[in-house]
Design a protein around this ligand. Sequence first.
Ligand code: ZN
Ligand code: ZN
Length: 107
Amino acid sequence: MPIQRSTLYRSHGLMVLTDIDTGKTLFESDLHQCCHCQFTWQYKPGSGIRRGLCKRCGDITCGRTACDTCYPHEQQLDDLEAVERTQRARIEAAVRLHEWKERLGVR
Ligand SMILES: [Zn+2]
Ligand SMILES: [Zn+2]
């Protein structure tokens, strides 16, 4: 039976260092990315660096305490867009003082 790698440890990217003169590959490494903050690191098995696992996202986290709470990156972007929409709506709802005075007929 073939060995199956867990999808949790799938690579999120590949870093390749190439000698510009010879075109020879000097270094190659898998990159992993935190599903919450998008921090990206070089995969070093046995490095001893503590990483996390979000069971809700089904993906790995960078291991920072802030990322122990599930707050997926997509959700963060949606929330940011919602805040921007609210701020834009407030700006559009605001009337400049001189325009308001003109409307009221006050000088
Ligand atoms: Zn993170
Ligand atoms: Zn999560």
